[in-house]
Design a protein around this ligand. Sequence first.
Ligand SMILES: Cc1cc2nc3c(=O)[nH]c(=O)nc-3n(C[C@H](O)[C@H](O)[C@H](O)COP(=O)(O)OP(=O)(O)OC[C@H]3O[C@@H](n4cnc5c(N)ncnc54)[C@H](O)[C@@H]3O)c2cc1C
Length: 395
Amino acid sequence: MPATAQEDIAVPLGEDFADIREGIRRICADYPGSYWRGLESRGEYPTAFVRALTQAGYLGALIPEEYGGAGLPLRAGSVILEEIHAAGCNAGACHAQMYIMGTLLRHGSERQKREYLPGIARGELRLQAFAVTEPTTGTDTTKLKTRAVRDGDHYVLHGQKVWTSRALHSDLMLVLARTTPREQVAKKTQGLSVFLLDIRECRGKGLEIRPLEAMINHNTTEVFFDGARVPAQNLIGEEGRGFGYILDGMNAERILVSSEALGDGRWFTRKAVAYAGERVVFDRPIGQNQAVQFPIARAHAEIEAADLMLRKAAALFQAGLPCGEAANVAKMLAADAAWHAAEACMQCHGGFGYAREYDVERKWRETRLFQIAPVSTNLVLAYIAEHVLGMPRSY
Ligand SMILES: Cc1cc2nc3c(=O)[nH]c(=O)nc-3n(C[C@H](O)[C@H](O)[C@H](O)COP(=O)(O)OP(=O)(O)OC[C@H]3O[C@@H](n4cnc5c(N)ncnc54)[C@H](O)[C@@H]3O)c2cc1C
């Protein structure tokens, strides 16, 4: 029986964590659209922005105090990411640290936590890379082909990952690999294990990382394992139970990513309202036309609804109650709301939506990602149909 019942949970309304919001807005003001456009044209990582967030302690917000972090609840992480995106910035360069860290925190050994978490909290150690997706198996995660074979006090990795974001800007990488062949386990979810791989140790010794050019500046990569050796003491939790550990972190990931989508939605509506008010065509502001107003108003309504669901998911998560439904619904609603806001903003800017200096096209490309990653909308719907509504499994 959980200590808190659903009926007793209160959800904060309005601008909760006001100090954090203010702090993030101050930092983001130093990183305007021109900063992000410049990085994109050079394909660079936002090092200065990530350093500013780290130095202010925001990336260690969720690390418990005993390991040197701020020990704040997940909702605080949500607020940080929402504000970054609402300011026109992008947290994709560093958000993973918040949820990858959870896997280490919940399932790592005390030795692993003492060894890594304080350094991460101080910003000396970067845990930004999370290698799950593979080129040939995609969403069908349990079929992944990367193998980790025990050899004395090491595991030896062979295989390939794709879309491993930030791997060239991280010291550590969490890797999901198969330790027992699929044919030898009773359930396909068994036999997968999670490793904390030290990129600094392995690079050039069976680990190769190649940048992958993408539609947005996400610093994503392809990762090749060809005999990379990971100390057995860097296995997280028990061998063979890694899939469960990864699933366990997904609700937090969904909640945090929804917050980014929500922030994008707020940025797009603000930008659209401002432009619709100042752009005069046919002798009146375009925002006086209902055909221009309504998509923006509708997007605003969708953002507000997604915000409520997101707050519900974060509150359930914090209370230790099941939050899979709320986290998935929040992810889908926030991603959709952000996309509709992006479309409304793009459309109301007319041709200028395509001009890079307005930042609309950059944010439009960036927010499209939430329909696909970290989980596609179809897979969220499949989760709701099967796990919430009890319909037959479709895949
Ligand atoms: C910019 C970017 C950054 C990323 N960063 C990371 C990262 O850091 N680490 C990492 O591990 N991964 C990362 N990913 C990968 C991302 O999580 C996957 O792209 C995503 O999960 C979808 O997998 P896939 O691309 O293999 O699509 P596929 O699995 O090939 O699916 C293709 C399409 O088919 C649909 N589909 C597939 N099966 C079904 C079904 N049964 N029912 C209905 N529809 C279905 C999907 O919804 C999708 O739209 C990133 C991706 C991108 C684009």
